[in-house]
Ligand binder design. Sequence first.
Ligand SMILES: Cc1cc2nc3c(=O)[nH]c(=O)nc-3n(C[C@H](O)[C@H](O)[C@H](O)COP(=O)(O)OP(=O)(O)OC[C@H]3O[C@@H](n4cnc5c(N)ncnc54)[C@H](O)[C@@H]3O)c2cc1C
Length: 380
Amino acid sequence: MDFKLTEEQGILKKTVRDFMEKECNRDYVRECDEKEVFPEELFRKLTALGWLGLRVPIKYGGSEAGTMELAIFLEEVARVMLAAARIYYSLYLIGAHYISTFGNEEQKEFCLPLLVKNKIRFAFALTEPNSGSDAASLTTSAVLDGDEFVVNGQKTFVTGGKIADLILVMVRTDKTAEKRRGISMLLVDSRSPGITYRKLKKLGLWPVDLYEVFLDAVKVHRRNLLGGVNKGWEQVLKVLDHERFCLAAANVGGAQAVLEDAIKYCKERYQFGKPIGKFQMIREKLADIQLEVDAARLLTYRTAWMVGEGIPCSKESSMAKLFSSETYMRAAWKGVQIMGGYGYMMEFDMQRHFRDAKLTEIGGGTSEIQRLVIADNLGL
Ligand SMILES: Cc1cc2nc3c(=O)[nH]c(=O)nc-3n(C[C@H](O)[C@H](O)[C@H](O)COP(=O)(O)OP(=O)(O)OC[C@H]3O[C@@H](n4cnc5c(N)ncnc54)[C@H](O)[C@@H]3O)c2cc1C
């Protein structure tokens, strides 16, 4: 057993860290956040370095990085800008992963090289107004008419929706089957006639927009079916562990940033003639954040390793996702408290962590759902 990163992984971590600190400084992060601007410039630079294709097979222009490398990359991106890691995940990684895992040759050849060059973006539309945690109860329907599916329904909370080029839309293709067996996945052109969008205002993650998506008799050619008919739910389950460790890695990066900012502040802020880092109650908070960040990182790396080895790990991936998101939220809560009134001010970064961290306990399966998965694996 070895808890060290390999030499190459260590170099990757340092390279991504140096890149993010240089090319994505605090002013840029704040500007994207406050003005709700998509970090185009950052993604142009990530593209130039070939980092959009980490999950894409070499054959299609990617670098086919390992799962540990992906975790390290996402952690370091999130340490500087959580929103960038979430954008990477929602608009690039999900598309790359689903298409390289389930796509046919034509779909891979079309989508993956474009994705690596940042010429195509994806969004993932599973959630509906009446089906959130119970996602398999979705009702958006797709009925085959000749060579085309006709899609009707409504999706909500679609990260990137309108700014994506292709949306992976989960649809019901068999109303008579058991709910998990009648679902398929369609690649839908985001500008298709019949699609309209409503932008949703939200608490955090301001650099990327969130949409409700209305589908009114949208025609989708049958060649845009991803994987088999009625295989959609199976596909979602197959990639779930991978998605959870990626989200967990980003959460670890966010929590690490809180820790570093809080430590710096505690050395600079004097009250009662001492830096506040000398006060026992402040030190306790910092010790707890450090403890949890390390534990979350270990859970995340273990899951990344298991996924890479092909070892089933739904319990472990849920533990990593759950603990890392609650770690980030608790760290941000303590971070604001440590900074007192300044923590509450928009001109400091801690308030952004406070807002962004909350999403991590909800998106990608809520903490309650992760606990259900863990409990279901205890042989009760
Ligand atoms: C910013 C943001 C971005 C998102 N991006 C996307 C995206 O790109 N694509 C997408 O498809 N979705 C996306 N989502 C949706 C997200 O995955 C859902 O919000 C999440 O799965 C929860 O669903 P819900 O909001 O409908 O809550 P509900 O399922 O209605 O849950 C409400 C509460 O009940 C609890 N609960 C539900 N069922 C149980 C149970 N069986 N036992 C115990 N407690 C339970 C939940 O944990 C929660 O606390 C996003 C959400 C947000 C906020």
